[in-house]
Each structure stands twice: as structure tokens, then as C-alpha cells.
Write a protein that binds this ligand. Sequence first.
Ligand SMILES: [Cu+2]
Length: 248
Amino acid sequence: MKHCKATRVAGSILAAAVLFAAPAAFAHESHGKATPAAAVKKEQKPWGVAGDARDAKRTIEIAMTDDMRFTPASIEIRQGETVKFLVRNKGKVLHEMVIGDKTTLDEHAALMARFPGMEHDEPYMAHVAAGKQQSLVWTFNRAGDFDFACLIAGHYQAGMVGKIKVAQLTPGAAADLAEGEVRRVDKSAGKITLKHGEIKNLDMPPMTMVFGVRDPAMLDKVQAGDKVRFRAAEQGGRFTVIEIDAVK
Ligand SMILES: [Cu+2]
């Protein structure tokens, strides 16, 4: 178990480094939100940190099958994004999804091959019995190329691995946020009317207009009269709000 202890120590050093280095980069992600008192201290891993389901703006379904495959086997994520994975075991034997980097997964896989009955339980893994499903919420606050794998003895070796690419948050990204005020929210139509300032990335002057939304659930967070910051994009000729947050 020397290996596990070493990993934990390395993780703590990493976590401390992140505490000092990261806040500025993510400041806009957390504005207006109180820091929840976590029951268990979340450990920063090179591939991210345990996430809160309420911060997950995206759910990704992952199917696991007895041909030792994940579907999809390749996922793209934006740095800072919290993702809820809905991990479905469509096979007849136990499978698991473990997120990590190749070195860590290789080490754990070797351990699992030596001790097939070993049960790990970390926030970046989901063990799912045949025919069942389980969710896993993870915040990808570090950019990079990571893997996810089923480390059950024989499965990893048979190629049960997927790729996660976390794209770096570009320094210019925050500048794409436009400011506005909510005039109307139409949940049933999935539309929001915003009186907005200049939208630089769309080269659009200030005006009041109707936008579609990437996900109708976004409309639960805002109401008419709210001052907001939002990111909009043109998708298939339709102006769509990609993200929106009320400014407190
Ligand atoms: Cu498996």
C-alpha cells in the first residue's frame, strides 16, 4: 500500500499548490456563490476534483459493454466544467469507470491484476453492477489529456479505456461574457429575452432580443429583472445562450 500513501502525499502537495495558483483563473466561475462547507475535504487530482451535482451543466451518458468498450470512448470538456456522468452497465458482468491519467491508471490496473478482489472507492470512479447505472460528478479544473478506464482485472488489458480532453480556458474567454438584463423567460419555448450590452464575439451592438438556450434548465436560474452575465453563440442561424449567471 506504499503506492497509495505516496499518491496521497503527492496529491496534498498538488492541492496546496493549486490553492495558491488557481483562484484568479476561476474567479468568474464562483462569483455570487457561497463556498459550501464540504463534509469531506475534496482532494485536488491532476485530472480535477470531486464536483457538486448542482454545478453540473452537462450530463454525459457513458455505456459500458462486455466487449470491453466505453461508448462514447472520447469526450471533450472545457476547463472549469463540472460534468455529471451517467454510467450505464449494459453488460452482464461488473464494470467500472475510473477517471485518471495514464500513469495512475496503469498503476491501479497493475494492483487490480495482483489483487482482483480489491475494492477502491474514490469520487472519480463508479463501479456499476450488470444492468445498473450510477452517476459520477467531477469538476475538470485542470486542462490536459486524461483517460478513463475499467480497471477490473483483464478489462483494462483488453482495451477498456476512453479519452478525456480538457481544453484550456483561454485568457480571452472571460471577455466574451456579455452583460444584460432579463426581460422575459419562456421556459416552455426554451427562450429568454435579454436587453443586452455589446456582444463582442458576435459583433452585435446593444439591443433587446430573444435567444434560445443550450439547455432549458438554465432558465431555472434566472428571472425577469435579473442583471446577468452571459455567453452567446450563433448555432445553426439561431442565437443561443451557452451560459448565463445572475449578477448579485
Ligand atoms: Cu469492465
